[in-house]
Design a protein around this ligand. Sequence first.
Ligand code: GAP
Length: 510
Amino acid sequence: MISIEDMASFCKRRGFIYPNSEIYGGIAGFFDYGPLGVELKNNIKKEWWRYHVQSRADIVGIDGAVISSPKVWKASGHVDSFADIMVECGNCHERYRGDQLIEDNLKIRADGFSDKKINSLIKEHKLKCGVCSKPLKDNASSFNLMFETFIGPIKNDESKTYLRPETAQLIFTNFKLTHENARLRLPFGIAQIGRSFRNEISPRNFLFRCREFEQMEIEYFVHPDKREECDFIKDVLNHQIIVYSEEMQKKNTKARKMGINEALKKKIIRNPWHAYWLALEHKWFVSLGAKSDNFRIRQHLKDELSHYSTDTWDLEYNFPFGFKELEGIADRGSFDLDQHIKHSKKDLSLFDEEKKKKIVPYVISEPSLGVDRTFLVFLFDAYEYDKKRDNVVLKLHPKLAPFNVGIFPLLSNKKELIKKSKDVFDLLKNEFTCFYDESGSIGRRYFRQDEVGTPYCVTIDFDSLKKNDVTIRDRDSTRQIRVKIKNLNEIIKELLNNKIKFEKAGKLVK
Ligand code: GAP
């Protein structure tokens, strides 16, 4: 796997990601998506929405505002508790995130360590500033991660609010209306994709930790008396995944691959809803070409749980800097709805017709995935250096690739070829995302499309003018085949949907 720095430079070179405000020297923790990045990112979001919302009868979506009343963030606990520990060098004023400082220097996991614990480790190990090498002081303190902003022309405490640090709260505040309008019955989920903002102390590792990012989140609500009744569990019982439970971490044993049925039977994962969502999320990644064994599920240790959670498992991915959180799947219980009932004084309960009583649903599982980390995962697992071709081949799943088809006239100085190629572009453009290219040798044009993941390229040559046919080239095998232009749409559709494949002999097979 290439390093995160090399991935960042590849992304910039090929138009996936640009550092924000680069012409002014840049700004840490913010990135812009370029022409190819925006296509890949939109495809990721489209596939996530189709899998989690449109193809299910029990989940609906919303799209909430980035800014809400500050009362939302007071009730949710973010104003009081959404903080990281910061350590500042007394000499050069470099600022560190406490847990990262400990992890980098002492090579131990430090998620959730208190300011006291971090201070005592700084003292005990005489840690020094990475920039000026002077000894660090034990001045660790809590730093709230929310970005503040003001509503209206006057800036004071009354007009102060925050950019949302998670999309989830909008689901809770719209819970009652969504439940009624969408005629939902428990168990059900509400999903959302959107931007979140966190004033991270030290953003790093490219897109992995930014200050502005996107999340794809679901709050999945269940009846409080039926917290362990998951009818979907049978769909994932045989699914295999690498598991790293709290007990394994405490005993220092290795993570182990096992079936969901074993994890449940041995009570390694306690709640079937939790097991279901962990498996389902892993399956989604693998279905879109990610490599199964690059993932594991890790249970949070008690002292790293968020303020709202009683049990959390992360889906982790093996990034070049180690296994790290890709998606958090927390048991939030009824924490959020209870808090909003208390603070808003509105009744957000549902009526249980069977038991004739009001109930507040539980969120046993909140699958919460970062779009930008997902973007990295698909890029890392697709990136291959092909020695024979002496070129990068980005083996992205056709549903994710920025372009479905590259279209090239064999020569750029022949008017007839260009005209015919543009006709082919017009023929395909409404059904597929196409890229037209007439510059450079045909070999270079193939290489350029291999590098950005285009699964098929169509070349128009002199025979095409006589016979009305073209060549289709397959990115992964470089095999080529000749097809009639009148069949081109259908053949490309079947190739993209994996209904037909290229065969060695240059034939297409079912
Ligand atoms: N609503 C729950 C929640 O927000 P989280 O674990 O704080 O939980 C969920 O965030 C996901 O959002 C993470 O697993 C990660 O993929 C993404 N994420 C969080 N902070 C991020 C950051 N600073 N930069 C990029 N992605 C981030």
